[in-house]
Design a protein. Sequence first.
Length: 106
Amino acid sequence: MSEIICTYHGMQSISFTSPNISERVSKKETLNDLIVVKLVLHLPFEKRGIFWVDSDFFATVDIQFENTLKSYEVKNEEIAFDIYTKLYAVCSKCLKEAISEHFLRP
Ligand SMILES: [Zn+2]
């Protein structure tokens, strides 16, 4: 697993997320106005990857997404890998904090 030097947490493992969430997380901004979706990718080299992305990300990977859905699963390995390459790396701890804060908000 690759590592990253985080301004807030020092040396950390990386997690992958959508470009929008990655930008918010690195600026320590909230995700409150985003629709955060659990994306499940069936990747060729791993059994399954779970990623947090925002609903706008789907348009950038040519997927029609219903905003009422809480999760989305891509079973085609080729498409899943293509989507995976469009994800950005962030500090795992920063992402975890932003995601928990997002779902815990009143
Ligand atoms: Zn961090």
